[in-house]
Design a binder for this molecule. Structure first.
Ligand code: UDP
Ligand code: MG
Length: 327
């Protein structure tokens, strides 16, 4: 493992704000991101650090991060994973390395305007543990917004914290919340929901949202489904309950149907046709059974993954002070 550790004297001693950003093939956005962040964070007037975590990029992102680190050695640190481990794992690594009292997360693609950070910090300082951004005018396709809506409704119910926008990564957390998160070692997780479990007071403020102007979204249909499914299964047994309740409802329907056929037999005589209807009903049952089994399998698979306890990520190199290398 190669490590380039900057001399400690060049690093501001106690940052108050740590900004943590996952980066995966964002070469076109990094320069502007660095500039806008530096400009905005300076206006707050408190010591700060920016931690960029390169999640195994295959483009020039790491070179650009090294350039940014040379440009702002006192404020900007970078970590590089040895391959792609996922956005949330990158943020976990950033949390482990961060030293601030206030932690901010945001995306690297400039969809979350860095200029909103002072408002998030100000709100947190009113006494909240977590302040989430809520994308008032979300610039994403309907295909992205619809599942998000469902997730927000379900997650609000299961975690007991009503949030309008679980998916917005522009958020601020107090150190104490992150200390608790740092003790969680689950291999697939969703940070905004996890943070809610350890926050007493949660606020949400509207924030701007821009279209992705450069680079591509890293979430295709499958990755998006997996993320949303992780979120649902990682924080509740809600999907299993849904299948369970559907099973009970169908059993009752079957009971009524049986009673109806009995009555009909007594009044009209035995039915002769209807074999195809029976097939249709059978298919529904078989489908539901398979769904139920698959769901249980999914949970079992997740348990297996957790039990193996493999490292969640591997840090290849770092620029700036050495982070705590726990994973
Ligand atoms: N990202 C990451 N690892 C991944 C996928 C994404 O670090 O495997 C980062 C990406 O560089 C960006 C953020 O996570 O900073 C959000 O990704 P993206 O903009 O592609 O998601 P979308 O806005 O389309 O939901
Ligand atoms: Mg994006």
């Amino acid at each position: 493992m190669t490590q380039q550790v900057a001399p400690l004297s060049s690093v501001s001693p106690e940052p108050y704000i740590s900004v943590i950003i996952p980066v995966f093939n964002e070469e076109e956005n990094l320069r502007e991101l660095g500039e806008r962040l530096m400009r905005t964070l300076k206006t707050i007037g408190r010591p700060f650090e920016i931690i960029l975590v390169d999640d195994g990029s295959t483009d020039r992102s790491w070179d650009l991060l090294a350039e940014l680190h040379d440009q702002y050695p006192e404020n900007l640190r970078a970590l590089q994973f040895n391959r792609n481990f996922g956005q949330h794992q990158a943020i976990f690594a950033g949390f482990q390395a961060a030293r601030g009292q206030v932690m901010i997360t945001l995306d690297a693609d400039l969809q979350n305007p860095p200029e909103e950070i002072p408002r998030l910090v100000a709100k947190l300082e009113e006494g909240y543990d977590t302040v989430g951004g809520w994308r008032e005018d979300r610039r994403d396709s309907l295909f992205r917004r619809l599942p998000s809506h469902l997730v927000n409704v379900v997650m609000s119910k299961v975690t007991g914290t009503r949030l309008r926008d679980y998916g917005c990564m522009l958020r601020a957390y107090r150190r104490e919340v992150i200390d608790s998160i740092n003790q969680c070692h689950e291999s697939s997780s969703f940070i905004p929901a996890l943070a809610n479990l350890y926050s007493r007071r949660v606020a949400e403020i509207p924030v701007g949202h821009a279209e992705r102007e450069r680079g591509q979204s890293k979430y295709g249909l499958i990755k998006l489904l997996r993320l949303n499914f992780d979120l649902m299964t990682g924080f509740s047994n809600f999907p299993i309950h849904v299948v369970g309740f559907t099973g009970v409802a169908i059993a009752f329907l079957g009971l009524f149907f049986g009673a109806f056929l009995l009555l009909r037999r007594l009044l009209v005589g035995p039915e002769v046709e209807g074999i195809f209807t029976l097939f249709a009903i059978l298919f529904i049952f078989v489908g539901l059974n398979t769904l139920g089994l698959a769901l249980i399998g999914e949970y079992v698979g997740r348990i297996y993954r957790e039990v193996r306890g493999r490292p969640r990520y591997v840090i290849r190199q770092t620029l700036g002070p050495d982070p705590v290398q726990k994973c």
